[in-house]
Write a protein that binds this ligand. Structure first.
Ligand SMILES: *Cc1c(COP(=O)(O)O)cnc(C)c1O
Length: 376
């Protein structure tokens, strides 16, 4: 029904050859040669201590919650404007989410509000680099260091983005990545845990391998493997890793394509946006963004609904994004009230994401731009 979808999964070329090689290699389960190559690529390109592929970003976040030893009654500081998994992974361990509002410019957690949300029970500060634009990490890491609280980066949008030259995902203690088909780099369903604080490496390998020291066994460090801790099964098939490796190796091509799409939207819609009171994305000068999405902030909910309908009538799917988590059924059960996060409540009603995917053609983008410009 939509000629131009919001997202199209990306094939950059070579994925099927890689999967065929993985099949021929005869190892279908996790941690085969392709998984190791993905780990090495992420570790080398990001300069991160350890990278571990996971079955999803959600599972990488669950691993982070296990590694931080979260207990019932512990508190975790989270933005309200995020995907449910950013919070659910910690709630699964019995932690209580403490929702913090976002900055009106980048839509990232407002670092000026974090300190007031800290209590003696706070065990983690979880940040999301929304749209692949960095949070104010200097201020956040300063608060975290002074208060002795680890930072988790949910970097699902931000792989290969930078903040003051530093790669996103390499700043906090632990980071989650997503390789879902809606993200810049994909294998359908997949993710990674990046570990910057070396104290977590050994236990992360154990948690990911069902609570066993199987990774040490395969490295020849122990002569049999056994059950040593809690854990689950968080490693993806090597077939998926083969698919993913192709895309990670093509990262410059993928990011260049996405950058060109983003910059064209921004350039060609700026006049229309100014005339309509529409705010385009803000990317601070110290952020090299990851080109994950292109969004617009409409002047009102009514205007956003009208633009969605206008585009829909032209066969184009544009979509809103996160609903405030503190006002969801679960968020309210944790005490969330209207007015707790006023910026989140306002902006989530007015944000619209335009179709944006790596292999979007120039013609498709021309159509979207013309359709938006025809709206007033
Ligand atoms: C997509 C996304 C997730 C979840 O990713 P999965 O790999 O689907 O589990 C988590 N957090 C954010 C911010 C996301 O955008």
């Amino acid at each position: 029904m939509y000629r131009i979808p919001f997202n199209r999964p990306t094939l950059i070329g070579g994925e099927m050859d890689a999967v065929q090689q993985a099949v021929a290699a005869g190892k279908f389960s996790g941690d085969g040669a392709f998984t190791q190559k993905c780990h090495h690529l992420l570790e080398a390109t990001l300069s991160v201590r350890r990278a571990l592929l996971t079955t999803s970003c959600t599972h990488a976040l669950e691993m982070a919650a296990l590694l931080l030893d979260l207990q019932p009654g512990d508190e975790v500081i989270v933005p309200s404007f995020t995907f449910v998994s950013t919070v659910n992974a910690f709630v699964l361990r019995g932690a209580k989410p403490v929702f913090v509002d976002i900055r009106p410019d980048t839509l990232n957690i407002d670092e000026r509000l974090i300190e007031a949300a800290i209590t003696p029970r706070t065990r983690a500060i979880v940040v999301v680099h929304y749209a692949g634009v960095a949070c104010e990490m200097i201020a956040i890491m300063d608060i975290a260091a002074r208060r002795g609280i680890p930072v988790v980066e949910d970097n699902a949008h931000g792989l290969f983005g930078r903040y003051r030259g530093r790669q996103l995902g390499t700043i906090g203690a632990l980071t989650s990545q997503s390789f879902h088909e809606t993200k810049n780099f994909q294998c359908g369903e997949g993710g990674a845990l990046l570990i910057n604080d070396a104290r977590y490496i050994e236990r992360a390998e154990i948690i990911r391998e069902k609570g066993t020291n199987r990774s040490r066994f395969f490295r020849g460090q122990v002569d049999k493997y056994t059950w040593v801790d809690v854990g689950s099964s968080y490693l993806p098939s090597d077939l998926l890793a083969a698919f993913l490796l192709t895309q990670l190796e093509a990262r410059e091509e993928i990011q260049a394509k996405r950058r060109a799409l983003w910059e064209r939207y921004d350039a060609e819609l700026s006049g229309w946006a100014a005339a309509q009171g529409v705010r385009p994305p803000v990317v601070p000068a110290d952020c090299d963004q990851a080109y994950h999405m292109y969004y617009l902030l409409l002047p009102s909910l009514t205007a956003r609904t009208a633009l969605i309908d206008h585009l829909k009538a032209r066969g184009i799917l544009a979509v809103f994004h996160y609903l405030p988590l503190h006002l969801s059924d679960m968020g309210r059960a944790f005490g969330g009230q209207p007015g707790d996060c006023p910026v989140t409540e306002d902006l989530s009603d007015r944000l619209l994401r335009l179709p944006f995917y790596t292999n979007m053609t120039a013609e498709e983008q021309s159509e979207v731009i013309a359709a938006v410009q025809a709206f007033s």
